[in-house]
Write a protein that binds this ligand. Structure first.
Ligand code: KG4
Ligand code: ZN
Length: 395
């Protein structure tokens, strides 16, 4: 194991303070933030489109693009205003290039390009997944923590991704090696789809997180089978060892559906729909009041199974690679049970585990501005030809 400073040595003295305006529009949040030198969050504005997509139980790409178009100017203005900055007094503009929804990314990238050109500022293209990793690093530096013990393993677990990356730092730049990924659904997608099936609101993660606390996680057994199916993506050429740390969440989603069918739970789902559909903005308490014990137990058991699987596979990888520090990030990292169980099991395995605050677990632009800082130092600026890349990979 070895130590590297994640801020002080190469960052200090390399430049005077750099204020980066970050812009994020990869999915259903329009966000802008100002971050100083990758270590201080100055402003953070997130406009969530939940109300727009809620009636559909999932993100509707066309609606997401329309909402980004509507929100991007006021969101960016507010982030600058909150930071006491203007287009003239920021040093660079960073934008999410991908991965994400094509139309949604286009809004952010198009806007950032125009802004950078008009304001005469450098533009930095950022990978959204790298952004999630830097959400943790930003907050650690903000707390005054400047060293991380390496090797570092990052679990990025969100609505669109479940990836494991070994992260390395050389001088100012970070590199990533993907050592595990989901073969089918992302973990957050499983939360959202199960919530949709059970009529528990959108997005499903926060709702299931709350409701699971009222159910028995041992009531329903969801054994996770070994992943046997071949990865259909030829780009994912993993060794046998790396396959041990691949994930799969479509099976548990189907198992929940089968449980609902076998136990004839459709009438209770229908009653819940009736009870909540007339409410303009149903709260977690409204869903709780509309849930019977069987539903709460099912939800708690589902969450326990996903959490156990995420933690077991991540710790297996951590041990295989002699990892000292784990970073757990992305929307699902906001999950209470995932956090508390990870703390315990990582401590047992002798690995330190770090999470972003809940606010920076889900999509935001502070993580984009923070991830851009090493590229700012390295003068890795985007050219006028830069375009959004919906299938952009990391590592
Ligand atoms: O990172 P994120 O905002 O967007 C993507 O990059 O995908 O993650 C959103 C995902 C959704 O699937 C949402 O249901 C899930 O994160 N999520 C949670 C929680 N909060 C958000 N899942 C479980 N527990 C939570 N508390
Ligand atoms: Zn995300």
């Amino acid at each position: 194991m070895y130590f590297l400073t994640c801020n002080s040595a190469p960052y200090n003295g390399a430049v005077s303070d750099a204020y980066i305006l970050g812009i994020e529009s990869s999915c259903d949040e329009t966000a802008a933030a100002v971050v100083r030198s990758g270590e201080e969050l100055i402003s953070n504005v997130v406009y969530s489109q939940i109300a727009t997509h809620q009636p559909y139980g999932g993100v509707v790409p066309e609606l997401a693009s329309r909402e980004h178009l509507r929100a991007i100017v006021p969101v960016v203005r507010k982030a600058l205003e909150d930071a006491g900055k203007t287009y003239d007094t920021i040093d660079a503009i960073a934008v999410t290039q991908g991965p994400g929804l094509a139309g949604a990314l286009l809004v952010g990238v198009g806007f950032a390009k125009a802004l950078a050109f008009a304001a005469g500022k450098p533009l930095i293209a950022v990978n959204h997944l790298e952004g999630h990793i830097h959400a943790v690093l930003l907050e650690e530096r903000q707390r005054g923590r400047h060293d991380l013990e390496f090797p570092v393993l990052a679990l990025v677990v969100s609505g669109g991704h479940t990836h494991l990356y070994l992260a390395e730092r050389k001088e100012t730049s970070w590199t990533y090696r993907n050592i595990g990924h989901t073969r089918d659904d992302a973990a957050g997608e499983a939360f959202d789809k199960v919530a949709k099936l059970l009529e528990l609101g959108y997005p499903g993660g926060p709702s299931i997180d709350f409701l699971a606390q009222h159910g028995n996680p041992l009531a329903v057994k969801f054994p996770f089978a070994q992943i046997k199916h071949r990865d259909r993506n030829p780009k994912n050429r993993h060794t046998a060892d790396e396959r041990r740390t691949d994930f799969s969440y479509s099976g548990i989603k189907t198992a929940v559906l089968r449980y609902v069918e076998v136990h004839n739970m459709f009438a209770s789902i229908h009653r819940r729909r009736e009870a909540t559909s007339f409410l303009a903005k149903p709260t977690s308490q409204d869903y709780l009041a509309a849930c019977d014990r069987q539903t709460l137990d099912l939800v708690a058991s589902f969450q326990r199974a996903v959490v156990d699987d995420l933690i077991s596979k991540t710790l297996t990888a951590a041990i295989d690679y002699g990892v000292a520090t784990l970073l757990v990030t992305g929307g699902v990292a906001a999950n209470s049970e995932l956090r508390s169980t990870f703390e315990v099991r990582a401590a047992e395995a002798g690995v330190e585990v770090l999470f972003p605050s809940r606010k920076l677990s889900t999509d935001n632009a502070a993580m984009i501005a923070a991830a851009a800082f090493p590229r700012y130092l390295a003068k890795e600026f985007a050219t006028a030809e830069v375009s959004s890349e919906p299938a952009l990979r990391l590592g």
